[in-house]
Each structure stands twice: as C-alpha cells, then as structure tokens.
Write a protein that binds this ligand. Sequence first.
Ligand code: ATP
Ligand code: MG
Length: 449
Amino acid sequence: MRLSRYFLPVLKETPSEAQIVSHRYMLRAGMIKQASAGIYSWLPLGFKVLRKIEDIVHQEQARAGHIAIQMPTLQSADLWRESGRYDDYGQEMLRMQDRHGRDMLFTPTAEELVTDIFRSHVGSYKDLPLTLYQIQWKFRDEIRPRFGVMRGREFLMKDGYNFDLTKEDALHAYNRHLVSYLRTYERMGLQAIPMRADSGPIGGDDTHEFLVLAETGESEVFYDSQITDLKFGDREIDFDSHAQCQAVLEEFTSRYARTDETHDEALFNQIPEDRRRTARGIEVGQIFYFGTKYSEPMGATVQDSDGNKVPVHMGSHGIGVSRLLGAIIEASHDDKGIIWPEGVTPFHAGIVNLKQGDAEADAACEALYASLTALGLEPLYDDRNERAGGKFATMDLIGLPWRITVGPRGLKNGVVELTSRRTGESEELPPEQAIEKIAAIYSKVLPGA
Ligand code: ATP
Ligand code: MG
C-alpha cells in the first residue's frame, strides 16, 4: 500500500476522552472512530489488525478440530425463554420487537441458538465429539462502556460450543480449548495466563479466564510468579489426545493464579513470599464446562450405544477478538506509539522515502516495494511529500515492527537503513539484504511459510 493512496486519518492531538494508552493510540493512529457510546467504526488500519487476529483465531480453531459456522446477531426471544435466560440475563441484553410485535434480541452470546442447531440435526453418539464456533459481533448493554474497544457495547467475539457424549469427553474439550488458546495468544505476541474464575450468567462449575497482565486491566489478579516463566512455544500436540491436553492443562494451571472473584488468601499465603504477585489483568478469553445446563431444558439429546437418549455434555469458550487489539497495545507500546508483534502487524514493513521526487530514491523504494510484495509480504510505503520527521513519527505511531529508510546519501554507498521498532536499533545494509532479513523474520511467523 502507498500511503498517499491510503486512508489513514492520523490525529496530532491526544484525544481527551481516552483514558488509557491503547484507546489513545487507536484513535491517534486512525484505527477506530466512535459511532456512539461503546460502538465503533473500524477504519482501515484497525480493521486490518482485527482481520489478522481473526485469521489466527480461525487457524488455531481449525488446528484443534473445531468447525466454523455463522449465526445471526438478531435472535428470537423464544429460544431464550426455553433455557430460562430471557428473564435471567438482565439489562445487559438489548431487547427489541419486530413489526409483528415479536420479541427479539441482539445476541450477547449464543448457547441457545447453537443448541437448537444441534438438536435439529444431531441424534447419535456417532456424530460426536463436535465443536462448532463462530466469530460474530455481540452486543451487551454495558453500564459503563469505556477504554475504547476494551469494554465496548458492540464487540467481536469468537464463541465456541462443544457437544460431547460424556462428562469425560466434555472435559477433554475443555482441556483442548485451554491448550488451543495458549497457542492462539502466543501467536499474537501475548502471554495470557489461565486463571481459575467465577462462572457468572453462563453458569457451570469449571471455568478459567485468560488474563494479560497490564496496569490498566480491570481485574485484580493474584499469582505465583513462576507462572510467567511458562511458554507454550512451538511444541507439537495431538489435540485428540486426552493425555496430552490434560498434561498441558496441569502444567499451566497447577500454580496459583486467580482473579479477585476466586482469590483465596490462605492458599495464596502458602506460596513463598518472594513469588507472590498482585497485579492487574485484562480478560481476553474464558472457557466453561457446564454439563447439561442447556441440553437438558432444551432437549439436546443423542442416542448412546445402548440406544438410550441422553442429554449431551456441553461447554462454551470465548475469545475477545476486538478487545485483543487493546490488550496487545497495552502490552506492547512506548511513548511514541504502538509496537505491533509480527504476528498481527497491519503491514509487515514500512518504507520511508527521505527524498520523494529524487529519481534514485524513488526507484529504490519502488524496487523494495516490489520485492516485499513478491514475497507475499505487505509493505506500507510512505511516498508522501512530507518532511522526514513527520514520516518517522507516523511510522512510530502506527507501530510497524520494521522500517526501511531510503535516502540519496545511503544509496550512494549502496545501502538503506533497517530499523527495528521494538529496539530502535538500525543497521545499514544493501537493499537485497534488508529484504532477506525481513523475509527470514516473517518466515517464522506466517503460517505455511
Ligand atoms: P467481562 O468480565 O470482562 O465483562 P465476560 O466474562 O462477561 O467479560 P465472556 O462472556 O467470558 O465475557 O466473553 C468472552 C470474552 O469476550 C471475554 O473474555 C472478553 O475478552 C470479551 N468481552 C466480554 N465483554 C466484552 C466487552 N464489553 N467488550 C469487549 N470485549 C468483551
Ligand atoms: Mg468472562
């Protein structure tokens, strides 16, 4: 993309309504525009990152064997009356009537709808296990929408639902989701710690939340510092193996890590004092096992191998896709702007032309642009007639991990400058070598590369 043809409405002033850094940078970098309280339009740069996050979620869901569907945002209240949640959900649910006076609602989550799909089409244990998921907009009429996309009213969520014959199988689905989520967040450059949590209106016994540590997080968290040394990394795992998933779950949940809702001071105090940590965290996902809570009232049954009709065991599993943008920025920025992890960056590298209109500099930039594009990478070329300082400030603000700076002086010596956004370190090298280096970095990040 050439910046002169892009739509990147960068703000010079820091918007006064934004209280936390991710919100400020998302507004300043022209990623989002508030439409009304807690509801946002996604401008090109923000939308690009949102899609990158979605792509990672889809790829990791596929790896775990989960199947994508898409359910509507508007639902009839009837199904919610069957489960009993129409009355229980409270004011966070946005309710409306259609022209025939039928009660409708904007989906805050979709256990009822997916259970209805299941009961209409699945009748035998032979069709299990089954996990269906979607990435879809949700609406919750939050009493205090704030912090930009962190606590919106309309927000994008990945919600997945497992259907299993036995409790044991459903617990495997729970463990499998935990493992899959660890991989998902790490690919986004995040450490998200699974913490024992409270189940809230979804109901159920087993539940973990995934929290990203950040000063601006809304949850107070308590943990054993050893937990932050754990990395999932690039280990191979067989997602069908109960034993392998169970082992990973045990590894990542055996140390103390809880939110204030489930915090147990006496247990916490058993950890050696120098390892006890109290901090803040951003909830970026949650997994639940809730057994037959929905399948029983809604009649979602299958025939088992003896021909008996039994209600299926279920769980639901959510990732806060739009909230993740805020969480990533909270975890990765400096005083100049965002620092995107390579896995989610909107463009792979920026090209800054120090002397637009200089024939040699223009040609060198075009050649870099063509080489990166040919490698399947997306460069953002700042080809505007602007001062170098302004170009650098924009690149720093929008946070591309790598910048190639091209100017007549360097070109005389056959070099361009390659700069890491994270470390600020620069090196001069021939253009082909800059390309090779960037290609090598992304070959470790991009799927299939
Ligand atoms: P919270 O406790 O933050 O209100 P929740 O526990 O009600 O969230 P879940 O039902 O577990 O949320 O939804 C799954 C994920 O969706 C959450 O882990 C979170 O990342 C995201 N999410 C929930 N509410 C919002 C919101 N208002 N804005 C943005 N993301 C949200
Ligand atoms: Mg939650």
